[in-house]
Design a protein around this ligand. Structure first.
Ligand SMILES: Cc1cc2nc3c(=O)[nH]c(=O)nc-3n(C[C@H](O)[C@H](O)[C@H](O)COP(=O)(O)OP(=O)(O)OC[C@H]3O[C@@H](n4cnc5c(N)ncnc54)[C@H](O)[C@@H]3O)c2cc1C
Length: 559
């Protein structure tokens, strides 16, 4: 058994930011991660990070209002105020740690425009901002002496006397199962993108943390709010950053028309993501697409700008679609990108389970509500990662380890894995179920939804769960048994899929990314509230919480 004061699960931006703050606060910190830290999905973030810097003539209140409006008034305004107020300091802190942000001609930090915002306030490093941030934070946690359990996979959370007291993990290289005891645990496991197919997310984004918290009894909130990004590449679903539109690229339909004129005459291509994705899908459904796609036109941006600021996009379009963006249109479609919902936390990252925190995409504070603004997620990971690290490290100072946690705390997980490996080797493997689930989630819980489709999805998910209970793991080996790991991930994904479908059916209105063709209107009378799902012995239980409103009353949302 291993002991640490604060155990952080996940080494993306949220996890490493939390680790650095907690370590600098003088406690013993460890990070456990299923992939090497710099392979976390944060590495793939392209476009940038938002902050309203006063000396640039911007104001955090304007950023907060854009975020509130972007969320379709479902975001909690107390949390949004904190995020927007702390944004400038976080960006500058990262710059001082060594992130080389792009600068303008005068040598000031440069900004680009992003969707749903009236000011260009997105700070960026070309089109690989996440990578730049992630590598710098990795250097910093190494320097600070944070212990990293690299390529260890968390199987479950240990709960003793109603408090989270550690985690059970499998060491991927050896297949050995260990208990890591901790006085506080911070979940920073990222999103669940791959519950949908296709998705812009890495294959490792399987919602493990949401599943871990849910199984430990912590409620998940806003799970119905699944973001479809307007520009994902035809076929593969690889992301083409919103930064392209921020830098001036246009959307065209099969008739060569800039169709956003009809949907969002003032913000055009830079309306909020839910609005642009719906507009594209409507064009496609009404026959003005080509092969299920519309087009992104970068041709007029010029080679110099493209090579300087969008070089990765140029390579992605060439390698994955055979398109030269300097001279050709890019075929794109809306694609699953981000989960606004997650483990419900307060503004210090505390979940409803004592000793358990969450931050980053796994968490729901909720700053994104029904629709996240582009470049607000990197910000969310840093601000709330730091806050969780700070609160947890303070809290453990007068706390001792739970004596009841021993090596035996892993017994259930050991038995579960033995049982899984004991299933008939010739049966159905995880892959088929995962693919069918992903396709169903896209078809029934994608850009447009209705009652019949959502109910169909829910009944299919029960069917997948039943098949999963008999799933076969033919590889019985100990070393790097990825067959076993992918099977365990599918278990978390099925829990996530179920909570998404349940919450979506519950919300009898359209708001943000949750657009029902059978109930197209927003209903502020009934639905200025969050949907929570909690696991109980009698099955999932639904609950509600009112939206926190501080200074911005709901208005009609147009762009
Ligand atoms: C292609 C792409 C581009 C994006 N671009 C932007 C952008 O420009 N701006 C923006 O604001 N947002 C962007 N986003 C969103 C943003 O990048 C993510 O929401 C954010 O980086 C998530 O960070 P995180 O720290 O919460 O999790 P991640 O970076 O996903 O890290 C999760 C960590 O958890 C670990 N983990 C997970 N499960 C387990 C387990 N069972 N056991 C052990 N470890 C586990 C993983 O190993 C990993 O270290 C983008 C997202 C994608 C997919």
């Amino acid at each position: 058994m291993f002991d640490h004061d604060v155990l952080i699960i996940g080494a993306g931006l949220a996890g490493m930011r939390a680790a650095l703050v907690a370590r600098n606060n003088g406690v013993d910190v460890a990070v456990v991660t299923k992939v090497h830290p710099v392979r976390s999905h944060s590495n793939a973030a392209q476009g940038g990070i938002n902050a309203a810097l006063t000396d640039r003539g911007d104001d955090w209140r304007d950023h907060a209002f854009d975020t509130v409006k972007g969320s379709d008034y479902l975001g909690d305004q107390d949390a949004i105020e904190i995020m927007c107020r702390e944004a400038g300091q976080e960006v500058i802190t990262m710059e001082h740690m060594g992130v080389i942000f792009n600068r303008d001609e005068k040598g000031h930090l440069g900004t680009r425009a992003f969707g749903g915002q009236r000011q260009a306030r997105t700070f960026f490093v070309a089109d690989f901002t996440g990578q730049a941030l992630l590598h710098v934070l990795y250097e910093q946690i190494m320097k600070a002496g944070v212990r990293v359990y690299e390529e260890w996979f968390v199987l479950s959370l240990v709960v003793e006397d109603g408090a989270c007291s550690g985690a059970v993990v499998i060491e991927i290289r050896t297949g050995e199962i260990h208990v890591i005891r901790a006085k506080a645990v911070i979940l920073a496991t990222g999103g669940l993108g791959r519950v949908f197919e296709p998705s812009t997310n890495a294959l490792i984004c399987t919602g493990d943390g949401m599943g871990l918290a849910y199984r430990a009894g912590a409620p998940l909130m806003d799970m119905e709010m699944v973001q479809y990004h307007p520009t994902t590449l035809k076929g593969s679903g690889v992301l083409i950053t919103e930064g392209a539109r921020g830098d001036g690229a246009h959307l065209l339909n099969s008739e060569g028309e800039r169709f956003m004129e009809r949907y969002a005459p003032s913000m055009m291509e830079l309306a909020s993501r839910d609005v642009v994705s719906r507009s594209e899908q409507t064009e496609i459904n009404e026959g003005r697409g080509v092969d299920g796609c519309v087009f992104l036109d970068c041709r007029h941006l010029g080679e110099t700008l493209i090579r300087e600021r969008l070089s990765q996009i140029m390579e992605i379009a060439r390698d994955f679609a055979g398109v030269d963006i300097l001279t050709e249109l890019i075929p794109i479609q809306p694609g699953m990108h981000y989960q606004m919902g997650g483990v419900k936390t307060d503004v210090d990252g505390q979940t409803s389970l004592s000793g358990l925190y969450a931050a980053g995409e796994v968490a729901c504070v909720s700053v994104h509500g029904g629709n996240r603004l582009g470049a607000n997620s990197l910000l969310d990971t840093l601000v709330f990662g730091a806050r969780a690290g700070n609160h947890a490290s303070d809290a453990v100072k007068d706390r001792s380890h739970a004596a009841a946690v021993t090596d035996d705390s892993a017994t259930k997980d050991r038995q579960h894995i033995e049982e899984l490996l004991g299933h008939d080797a010739g049966g159905e493997m995880f892959g088929q179920i995962r693919r069918e689930m992903g396709n169903d989630m896209r078809d029934y819980l994608g850009v447009y939804r209705d009652q019949r489709g959502m109910e169909k999805a829910l009944s299919r998910i029960s069917e997948f769960k039943e098949r999963y209970s008999r799933v076969s793991v033919p590889d019985k080996g100990k070393t790097f048994n990825t067959n076993l790991l992918f099977t365990l991930e599918l278990g978390f994904m099925l829990d996530c899929a179920e909570t998404i479908a349940l919450s979506a059916i519950e919300r009898t209105e359209s708001r943000g990314a949750h657009t029902r063709t059978d109930m197209p209107d927003r209903d502020d009378e009934q639905w200025l509230r969050h949907v929570l799902v909690k696991q109980t012995p009698d099955g999932p239980q639904i609950d509600y919480l009112p939206v926190v409103i501080t200074q911005w009353q709901p208005e009609v949302r147009s762009y």
